[in-house]
Design a protein around this ligand. Structure first.
Ligand SMILES: [Zn+2]
Length: 271
């Protein structure tokens, strides 16, 4: 892996955006939902089950599916790539520069690793919300901690009677995630406008582990400018995006170390 051109780009960047996708979680044991890894078990039905239409038709089925997905996330820990992005953010800030991390992942691993300038543009697996417009726990700003509900009862006997319900209005709560038949602007927590502003202002956009299959990457690509992707696979990158063929959990720590040495002859702050 030839890091030098990407090191140059990062070292000279004043306003950088990093956009991460499912490839970020593979080293933490989280299967991708698209892509070619053999554990991408949901690829065939994610487009149907990951919708508001499905939740409205079958809230018990929707939650059974999400509970099986989220079970993988609870045991996952941030990997070397997550930690490297925290170091990169702190290091950029320490020299008066910006880094915004936009993630498509709902697993919370960037937050747990310590990233602060963070947009979780597809929502969060550790929160739920009320589906009923007008309820304080619903869009455009409401949500509730998933841990405050009795999931054991639902998991043991999934049904209408055990569905977690909104404490304000009694509606069955929904996952606090962006579904395929919904819009980024549906909830303030997605911070879509913040992401768009950052893409447009950025002098460098770095993609990590994304297949470029979702809407937020199209918005980033539209912004133009210097763009790189870190991708261990063989998929062609979109026009205008330079490629570093490497696993992110190796490339990101190496990048952080190399950039710090390049700029001031010092290593990044020890974590
Ligand atoms: Zn409600």
């Amino acid at each position: 892996m030839d890091l030098a051109p990407l090191v140059d780009a990062v070292a000279s960047s004043r306003r950088m955006v990093v956009l991460t996708g499912a490839g970020m979680g593979l080293a933490s044991g989280i299967p991708t939902f698209r892509g070619t890894d053999p554990d991408a078990v949901w690829a065939h039905d994610v487009m149907e089950l990951g919708t508001r239409a499905y939740f409205e038709r079958n809230p018990v089925g929707s939650w059974r599916w999400y509970r099986s997905r989220f079970a993988n996330l609870g045991a996952a820990e941030p990997n070397a790539g997550h930690h490297a992005l925290v170091a990169l953010e702190r290091w950029q800030r320490s020299r008066g520069r910006e880094l915004l991390l936009v993630t498509q992942n709902i697993d919370g691993l960037h937050r747990r690793a310590g990233s602060e300038a963070l947009v979780e543009v597809h929502g969060r697996s550790d929160r739920v919300r009320c589906p009923r417009r007008g309820c304080p726990h619903a869009s455009p700003a409401g949500s509730l901690a998933a841990a405050d509900f009795d999931w054991a009862a639902f998991d043991a006997a999934p049904g209408e009677g055990t569905l977690p319900r909104c404490p304000a209005c009694g509606a069955a709560v929904r996952a606090h995630v962006l579904w395929f038949d919904e819009a980024y602007v549906d909830h303030r927590d997605y911070q879509f406008e913040r992401a768009i502003r950052a893409f447009r202002a950025a002098d460098l956009i770095l993609y990590v582990g994304t297949s470029f299959a979702v809407g937020i990457t199209a918005a980033a690509l539209d912004a133009g400018g210097v763009q790189w992707t870190i991708d261990p696979g063989e998929a062609a990158a979109p026009v205008g995006v330079e490629v570093l063929r490497a696993a992110q959990e190796a490339a990101l720590p190496a990048l952080v170390a190399a950039v710090a040495i390049r700029v001031r002859g010092l290593g990044p702050e020890a974590e």
